[in-house]
Structure formats: C-alpha cells, structure tokens
Design a protein around this ligand. Structure first.
Ligand code: PMP
Length: 419
C-alpha cells in the first residue's frame, strides 16, 4: 500500500491529468457521495407502509398500539428481528426510529447510573475511554467526543479489530470501558468480523468490571450478493465465557424501510435490559408501537424481510459494481491506490498514497463532487497517514455515481501526478 512518489509519478502524466481535471471542472457538476443514505427509489420500496396500520391498530395480543406503554416494544416485531440480530426475543427491545439514539442513551445512562457489574457511575471515574477500531464510523466517534469519552485507536483488519492489540489494552487498563464494533459489512471498509474475533472479544479478560462491547449490527441483512454472510452470536459467546453483560447489540430498519421513520433495536443480557428499561422509563412512557405494528404488517415474516432486502440489492448492487469497475479501469494500475470490495453494507473505502487524501477531497469538492472529509473515518477527524477516503454510492442515481466516480479518479490522478 505504500509507494514512493517516483513510482506513482512515473505512471501519471501531469499535463494529461490537469487537462482531464479542467474538463471535469468545466462541467459544473453537483454530485454527492458523502453520506450512506438510501436513494428515493429505495425509500419507494417501503412507501406502501405509510398507509398502515390503518384501522387495524391492535397487536396480536389485542394491545391497542395507539395507547401508552409497552416499554419493550411490540413482541411480534421483536420476534421478527430476533433471529436476524441474534438476540433472544425476551432480551430484545424495539424502540424509536434511530439506533444511534439508543447508543447515545446507553452511554448517558452508563455515565449517570452504574451498569450491572460496575463499581461506580462512569462520571465518577477519573477517565473513561473507548477503543475505536479505525477506520470506523464518524458518528460513533463524535458521540464519545461529545460525552467526554476518550477514544483509543486500534487498527482494523479484514477480520475485525486487531485482537492482539485489543486484548493487551483491555486486560490492563480499567479506564477502557468499551469498544465500538460494526461487526458485519463495517462502516466504512465492509469488513466482516471472523468468528475467532467475536469469540476473543466475548471472552477476553477485562480490567474494567463494567467493560462493554457496543455491537452495532447496522448492516445485519444488507447483503450485496446472494450469499447471506452471518457472524457469530456475540451474546451467546459472552454468556458462555462468563461475561453475559458484556455486549450491547444495536440495529435498526433505517436502511430496510425508511431511514427517518424506521425502528431501532437494542439487545443485551436480562440484567442489562432491565437496567436500560428502568432508566429509559424516566424519559418516555413507551415507544411508537403503531410504527412497530406497521413494520410487522409490511415486512410480514423472515421471508418477507429477505425478499424486501433482495429488492434493495437490485437497486444498489449495480452502483457498487460501477464504483469497482471505474476504480479498476482508471486506477487499477496506479501503485499505492486500492479499495474495498464489500459484500454488503453502504460504503467503499478508497486508500490513496499517504499524504494525498485531503488533496483528493479538495479537488473533488472544487469540481462539484462532495466527498466525506478526509479524516472523518478516524477518531478526532485526523487520519495521520492522510490516505483514507470513504465513498457512499447508494444515494445518487446510477448514472450520477458513474459520473462522480470518473471525476474522483480524475482527482486522484491529478493529486498524485502533482506531488
Ligand atoms: N450505525 C452505523 C454503522 C451506521 O452506518 C449508521 C448510519 N449511517 C447508523 C448506525 C445510524 O443508524 P440509525 O439510523 O438507526 O440511527
């Protein structure tokens, strides 16, 4: 992945690269590859849901979903998602529209009230730190920054975080209270945690008695191929290893049904679930059960969910294929440049030679192609190598993705040729 300036420069003609870039700028584009949002065609798939539940607002057990209560969420929706999130239905909570919100609340609860197994509240600790497998999800990092939780960077591998590094830190440092994990089709590099990584996370000794895994399974059913990748059952492995309270599992339907009107889930041990529900009962009398019911009526069952995700795949897999095809065509032989080929999820990570990512993003921005700021994939927004760029191809139309990617490759070629 490292390459000398001479290697790269030799392959790229500065005049040709500049001419291509000037032509790109002349088009006055306005394209956006910044955020992992579903396209409107994807949202259209779930539009029929908006007329549900209609007059049929009673749950299977007769509960009137229009009314208060039902803190844990509708049992039939929890039953539908339980196998996909690998959380027993009685340990699964269905809540509001955002899993990020559940992660936020869980951190705030842990700061203000001792977790099961904790000696004290996190605000009473001298310092609280979280491991941040990097590259990772910028909103996880921003959440910790906002709450005064320090981030400790650990390297990502194709199998998940580098477990030798994780085990070494977690075993000796009681201020390390947690780790962020996106175990399937990770944001941004599409990595899938190996069973061995999950087993080691679930069973490693931890100096902090209240160490937690924030297992953000945001892309549990978001396959880009016919092969449905599955990851290990972190709750079961942790319980078997004597750490039942260690994982908090998160997920949502934001990229299944409607990004702004889906349902988010939290799964954990019975003790964690009880702790969370008791504290959350102070801030709400219960979640939106009509939305839960609407989801059950629309998705129906496991096969209905699979079929719905197949229709998403038909819309977005060609966009990911276009990204890979254009990168291969235009940058395949440029040394120091490589990228992820995810089998699911919403992102592609493009690695450019050290010291050039910021310049590529700047050039793209000036040509009307918005890219996520270089460094956003790293804690505190700083990529020390300045080489990681996150591409999010789901939102624009296919033709726009193609146009944007040709433009991005022009920017990479110019940034490298001009070095
Ligand atoms: N986790 C990850 C890894 C994500 O990529 C995203 C969305 N980009 C979220 C959580 C946000 O999920 P929600 O809409 O449920 O808050």
């Amino acid at each position: 992945m490292t390459s000398s300036t001479a290697d790269v420069g030799a392959q790229l003609d500065l005049d040709a690269a500049r001419a291509a870039y000037d032509e790109l700028r002349a088009h006055g584009l306005s394209l956006d590859l910044t955020r992992g949002k579903p396209s409107s065609a994807q949202l259209d798939l779930a539009t029929p849901m908006l007329s549900l539940p209609g007059e049929h607002y009673r749950a299977a057990d007769g509960t009137d979903t229009r009314n208060y209560q039902g803190m844990q969420g509708l049992p039939e929706l929890r039953g539908l998602f339980s196998p996909f999130l690998r959380v027993p239905v009685e340990q699964l909570i269905a809540f509001g529209n955002s899993s990020l919100e559940l992660m936020h609340d869980t951190l705030v609860h842990a700061l203000l009230s001792p977790l099961p197994g904790a000696d004290r509240r996190w605000v009473d600790e001298e310092r609280v730190r979280f491991l941040a497998p990097t590259p990772g999800y910028d909103r996880h990092f921003a959440l910790c920054e906002r709450l005064g939780i320090e981030l400790v960077q650990v390297p990502m591998t194709a199998d998940g975080p580098d477990m030798d590094v994780v085990e070494e830190i977690v075993a000796v440092d009681p201020s390390v209270k947690g780790i962020w994990c996106v175990p399937k089709y990770s944001n941004p590099d599409g990595a899938v945690y190996s069973d061995d990584t999950t087993r080691r996370l679930a069973s490693m000794p931890a100096a902090a008695p209240d160490f937690r895994i924030f297992w953000d399974n945001a892309y549990a059913v978001h396959h880009l191929t016919e092969h449905e990748v599955e990851i290990a059952d972190v709750l079961a492995l942790a319980a078997d290893a004597g750490h039942p309270d260690r994982p908090f599992v998160f997920g949502s339907t934001s990229k299944i049904t409607l990004a702004g009107a889906g349902v988010a889930f939290l799964g954990a041990s019975p003790a964690n679930v009880q702790w969370w529900l008791a504290l959350t009962a102070k801030r709400t009398i219960g979640p939106d059960k009509t939305n839960h019911l609407r989801h059950v009526m629309f998705l129906r069952d496991a096969d209905g969910l699979r079929e719905h995700m197949r229709r998403h795949r038909e819309l977005i897999a060609p966009k990911f294929a276009a990204v890979n095809r254009i990168l291969t065509e235009r940058l395949g032989s440029v040394s120091g440049v490589h990228w992820s080929r995810p089998a699911g999820g919403y992102f592609v990570t493009l690695i450019v030679p050290d010291g050039t990512a910021t310049e590529v993003v700047r050039l793209a921005g000036e040509a009307g192609i918005a890219l996520t700021p270089a460094g956003a994939t790293h804690p505190y927004g700083t990529d020390p190598e300045d080489r990681t760029i996150r591409l999010a191809p789901t939102f624009p139309e296919l033709a726009e993705v193609e146009r944007a990617m040709y433009g991005v490759t022009d920017c990479v070629r110019l940034a490298l040729a001009a070095r």
